[in-house]
Design a protein around this ligand. Structure first.
Ligand code: PLP
Length: 427
């Protein structure tokens, strides 16, 4: 059966040889395989199932909407109340000056849309040459042609003839790997901001449209930028009139212990993108939120061009919007941000206890996202953890942790304990 699907981010030859882990159901923070074995889901699927695997309120919201209006589009002067209500709710949550929402189906679409709207904005403002986008090496922004180009991982480029020519990558703010001997975090941050400044100067500021970043770089190995980094970066962007796009696809909605990663790290973005936890990934939905300045420049241009030439059939799908609205209600009712702040030390301090282990290089993280970088590829440890009943994800040498936001202190203690046991299995 493995041959019938081209599985994403998978060594397909190995999968056809060895088979797959087949998950059949979920309950709370656990999933169960076809033999009934339970696993703690240590990464919320792909950093996304924030409310765990059995939130009946989300199933109820989807069911009600399916029976009321299962589909309608947002094209050609049509709308529906669920998309309007969700946009209103999102705009209550995001910081000023963000003021208008575009709906898509995935994080990749949200970031692709961010690029297109930034370009559209610069064309509308009479700056057609201001188009280059700068991103981080080891940043992850998606798998479409544009967003795989922004992504700074060779796996996403090699044999796909990417990146596209308007993308530039800068050094990853990974102090552990990229700092010079004896270089402190602030000094490292200033050096990287200097590198960004020099790149923009060399390219010509009139050709650089935006800088895109995740608040914490997830897929590249859970990299937490050093103290002061984003302050320095924003000073450079401001100087050159370059927009800031915050990719909140992983960090959005409480993951870092604030509503958005931008809040935790002092980012003041012109564009924010969301997916994953927007609906706890029960249904696919994403959002690109832009500043009032961008929205105001776009509107008259659409009149000139006969419409905004961008959109997806199922973007703002009413059933997905209904599930997202219910998700946001649950976050508010359960004070999910407060809960993350309360339980985060169980994960963060628990993992830091292994910092001196001979097989551990670095432990990093914030809120309920963490990475433990080993001195060897993470695969072996992940196999031991799985045998012991926890699913973790290796990213090179780094073991990533991104448990559901509803995880209790007890469940996090169990997860950290299984990690510790798996580490001993390696020794
Ligand atoms: N941005 C970030 C930070 C992500 O981690 C991901 C996916 O993991 C994406 C964008 C792409 O989202 P999707 O897989 O929904 O297209």
């Amino acid at each position: 059966m493995e041959k019938a699907i081209l599985y994403p981010f998978t060594d397909l030859a190995r999968q056809q040889r060895e088979g797959s882990l087949r998950i059949v159901r979920g309950d709370g923070v656990r999933v169960y395989d076809e033999d009934g074995r339970a696993y703690l889901e240590g990464t919320s699927g792909l950093w996304c199932v924030s409310l765990g695997f059995s939130e009946n309120r989300l199933a109820g919201a989807a069911d009600r909407q399916l029976r009321t209006l299962p589909y309608y589009q947002l094209f050609n002067q049509r709308t529906h109340g669920v998309a309007e209500r969700l946009a209103e709710r999102l705009l209550e949550l995001v910081p000023a000056p963000l003021s208008a929402v575009f709906f898509g189906n995935s994080g990749s679409e949200a970031n692709d849309t961010a690029v297109k709207l930034v370009w559209y904005y610069n064309n509308a403002r009479g700056r057609p040459e201001k188009k280059k986008i700068i991103a981080h090496r080891l940043g992850y922004h998606g798998s479409t042609i544009a967003t795989a180009s922004l992504t700074g991982l060779s796996l996403n480029h090699t044999d796909f003839d990417l990146p596209l020519p308007w993308v530039r990558h800068v050094t990853c703010p990974h102090h552990y790997h990229n700092a010079r001997p004896g270089e402190g975090e602030e000094e490292f941050a200033r050096r990287l901001a200097g590198e960004l400044d020099a790149l923009i100067e060399a390219e010509g500021p009139e050709t650089v449209a935006a800088f895109i970043t995740e608040p914490v770089l997830g897929g590249g190995g859970v990299i937490v930028p050093p103290r002061g980094y984003f302050e320095e970066v924003q000073r450079v962007l401001h100087k050159h009139d370059v927009l800031l796009v915050a990719d909140e696809v992983i960090c959005g909605f409480g993951r870092t212990g604030a509503m958005f990663g931008s809040g935790t790290f002092g980012l003041r973005p012109d564009v924010m993108t969301f997916a994953k936890a927007l609906s706890s990934a029960y249904l696919p939905i994403s959002a690109t939120v832009v500043s009032d300045e961008i929205a105001e420049a776009i509107v008259p241009r659409t009149a000139l061009r006969g419409g905004l030439g961008h959109g997806f059939t199922t973007g703002g799908h009413p059933v997905c919007c209904a599930v997202a609205l219910e998700t946001l209600d649950i976050y508010a009712e359960r004070d999910i941000v407060g809960h993350v702040r309360e339980v985060a030390p169980v994960l963060q301090d628990g993992l830091r206890r292994f910092a001196d282990h001979p097989l551990v290089g670095e432990v990093r993280g914030v809120g309920l996202i963490a990475g433990v970088e080993l001195t060897e590829p993470g695969e072996r440890l992940v196999r031991h953890a799985m045998r012991r009943g926890a699913l973790l994800r290796p990213l090179g040498n780094t073991i990533s942790f991104c448990p559901p936001l509803i995880s209790t202190a007890g469940e996090l203690t169990e997860l950290v304990g299984i990690f510790g046991d798996a580490l001993e299995d390696l020794s």
